[in-house]
Design a protein around this ligand. Structure first.
Ligand SMILES: [Zn+2]
Length: 265
C-alpha cells in the first residue's frame, strides 16, 4: 500500500518579506533537511497504512460485525462490455480479474467480501430477451442482502478518441458518502506512477449507483481504446497494483467515515 503524505513546513516568515525570499528559504530548508523529510515521509506512510489496517482489525476483534464490501465485476456472460482496440480482449474478463485481486486485498485487511459476479457467467439466467435487466436486478438484490459498507463496481472505459486515458471514478450526485468514497479512490488512483492525467471524481447517473443507498462507486480503471492503458490493464502486475490502490482509497474513506460518524457505516 502507498500513502500520500502532506507536510506543513515551518516557514518563519511573518511580514515585510517578499514571496521570493520566502520561497528561497523554503527551498533551502527542504535541501538542508532532505534526509529528515524523507525519513518522516516513510514513517508517516507506515503509520497511515498501519492505521487503516488496524481500523479493519479492530472491527473484527471487537466481535462486532465485520464490515462487508460488495465488489461488482461489470458485465459477464454474453455481455462482454467493451473490447480492447488492439487485442480484442473483453472488458468483462479484465473486470473479473481485477475484482478477484480486489477481493484478496479486502480479505487481507479483515473485511468480508461479496462478489456479485464471481465467475465469467452473467447473472441473467437464460440469455433471452430482457437479460440485461435481469442481470442488473440480480446485482441490486445481492447488494441489498449484503448491507455493505461500500459497493465498488469495476469497469473499463472506451472512447472514440484513442488518446484519452486514465482511471475515472463515478459517484451518485445525491449521495454524500458515494461522493466521498469516489474522491478517496480517485485520489489514490491519481497517485499511481502510471497516472498521466489526474482526474476529479465524476458524477454519474448509472443503475449500479442508483440501485441502493449504500456508498457506491463505479471505477473505470482505464481506457481499452488507448494502447498504453490497454497494455497496462492486461498486465497482471498492474491489475494487482490497481486493486491495491482501490482498496487503499476505500480504507481511507472508511477510516475517515468511522471517525466522523460511527453510525454512518
Ligand atoms: Zn463496463
Amino acid at each position: 500500500m502507498r500513502c500520500v503524505v502532506f507536510f506543513h513546513l515551518p516557514c518563519g516568515m511573518t511580514d515585510g518579506s517578499s514571496a521570493y525570499n520566502s520561497g528561497m528559504k523554503t527551498a533551502k530548508y527542504l535541501r538542508r533537511h532532505r534526509k529528515l523529510i524523507g525519513f518522516l515521509a516513510i514513517l508517516l506512510s507506515i503509520a497511515m497504512t498501519a492505521g487503516v489496517c488496524l481500523y479493519a482489525l479492530t472491527q473484527t476483534a471487537a466481535g462486532s460485525t465485520r464490515l462487508t464490501i460488495v465488489i461488482d465485476a461489470g458485465h459477464g456472460g454474453i455481455d462482454g462490455g467493451v473490447v480492447g482496440r488492439t487485442t480484442g480482449e473483453k472488458e468483462s474478463d479484465i473486470n473479473l480479474a481485477i475484482s478477484q485481486l480486489l477481493q484478496a486485498e479486502f480479505e487481507e485487511a479483515g473485511f468480508l467480501v461479496v462478489q456479485t459476479r464471481p465467475t465469467q457467467a452473467g447473472l441473467y439466467g437464460s440469455a433471452t430477451q430482457g437479460y440485461k435487466k435481469r442481470d442488473m436486478q440480480k446485482r441490486a438484490e445481492i447488494i441489498e442482502a449484503s448491507a455493505p459498507a461500500a459497493v465498488i463496481s469495476v469497469h473499463q472505459n472506451f472512447f472514440s478518441l484513442s488518446s484519452r486515458r486514465g482511471a475515472q471514478v463515478f459517484f451518485r450526485e445525491d449521495n454524500a458518502l458515494s461522493h466521498t468514497l469516489a474522491c478517496a479512490i480517485q485520489a489514490a488512483l491519481n497517485g499511481m506512477p502510471e497516472c498521466v492525467r489526474p482526474s476529479d471524481a465524476l458524477k454519474g447517473d448509472y443503475y449500479m449507483l442508483n440501485c441502493s443507498d449504500y456508498p457506491s462507486v463505479i471505477v473505470e480503471c482505464g481506457f481499452l481504446s488507448n494502447p498504453e492503458d490497454e497494455a497496462l490493464l492486461l498486465s497482471e502486475n498492474y491489475q494487482r497494483r490497481i486493486a491495491e490502490t482501490i482498496c487503499e482509497g476505500t480504507l481511507a474513506f472508511l477510516a475517515a467515515a468511522s471517525s466522523a460518524e460511527p453510525a454512518m457505516i
